[in-house]
Design a protein. Structure first.
Length: 333
């Protein structure tokens, strides 16, 4: 009834208007047959199906073409990289453990440092007239502060206020950044309390014994972890050299990340470059069998003239690393 009265939706009104236009364009003397509303609705339905059919076909084709790529990616692509990532993760985890140590030893070392501070301050107040005792107490306070800083969480070291101290220790006392170095230092400081054991104060004796135990534990654990790190490093370097026998072959992403960690270990001040002093100290720490003259000659060969003068970039270090390991492997055959 709406259509008979001229009402209805806008599309229907347009359809009726189109029918009237067709009637007006018909030849004179011949009246075209008027299409019913059911014919118009059927025509609109057919047009909608025609427009939707290509979209559905394209979606089906896209799903069919995309399915093999997903299957190929999840079944074949990651197999080699998962092994490499696993080795890299093991090396990174053991290296982090070598630097930081287990949490229980860090907590005990932190508590031992606080004990040294309080013992040095407390004993120093009552030994103002004894210069030798005052020097000993000053050592206790200094090394107590050092142990507290070394055993702090990494987030504390990353704070801007403590960055200069962290860089200073990495540059001039790098041995304190590992478990073995801290263990040796703790055992040495504990020997300063040795004369007081048996006839000194009870809390001083407890601090000395506890610090020795923590130091020995750090030495044993650090030695074991360092051996595991060396084994993993040797395996990764062996894999690196075997896969890069052909000259001119590029390093892949995972190998570059591994070498980049070595570059970051050499970069003591964290400026993105390695100067001659950092290269000598870092290669000696990494147990490279190179004398100073060879290191200086290598440095002059790869030194960059761009960015920072008299320094090596990460790209130059990657190139040198590959050539050095290839030369070492060929010389051992």
């Amino acid at each position: 009834m709406k259509h008979l009265r001229g009402e209805g939706t806008e599309d229907e009104q347009q359809s009726l208007k189109g029918d009237k236009d067709v009637e007006s364009q018909a030849p004179a003397g011949k009246k075209p047959a008027r299409k019913s509303i059911f014919w118009r609705l059927r025509r609109e339905k057919d047009e909608d199906e025609e427009t939707e059919q290509p979209t559905a076909a394209a979606a089906a084709a896209s799903a069919t073409s995309a399915q093999p790529r997903r299957t190929t990616f999840f079944l074949r692509a990651p197999r080699k990289s998962e092994i490499e990532l696993g080795k890299e993760w093991l090396y990174t985890s053991w290296s982090r453990l070598q630097r930081n140590g287990p949490m229980i030893l860090k907590v005990l070392g932190f508590v031992g440092g606080i004990g040294l501070i309080f013992e040095g301050v407390d004993d120093g107040i009552f030994s103002l007239l004894k210069p030798l005792h005052m020097v000993l107490d000053a050592y206790l306070v200094f090394f107590g502060l050092l142990f507290v800083f070394l055993e702090c969480p990494p987030a504390i070291h990353a704070m801007p206020s403590f960055q200069p101290i962290h860089r200073f220790l990495r540059k001039y006392a790098y041995f304190t950044c590992g478990m073995v170095g801290r263990g040796l230092l703790q055992v040495f400081i504990a020997t300063l309390l040795l004369p007081d054991i048996g006839h000194g104060s009870r809390h001083r004796t407890i601090i000395g014994i506890a610090l020795r135990i923590v130091g020995v534990a750090n030495l044993l654990t650090g030695g074991f972890v360092a051996r595991k790190v060396r084994e993993l490093k040797a395996q990764m370097i062996e894999k690196l050299i075997e896969s890069k026998e052909a000259k001119g072959e590029e390093f892949d992403e995972h190998e570059i990340k591994f070498i980049q960690k070595k570059f970051e270990a050499l970069d003591l001040n964290g400026d993105g470059y390695v100067d001659l002093h950092e290269l000598k100290a870092g290669l000696k720490h990494l147990n490279f069998a190179l004398d100073e003259r060879t290191i200086e000659r290598t440095f002059q060969e790869y030194v960059t003239g761009r960015g920072k003068p008299k320094a090596i970039t990460i790209d130059q270090f990657v190139e040198w690393w590959y050539k050095y390991q290839t030369r070492e492997r060929s010389s051992t055959k």
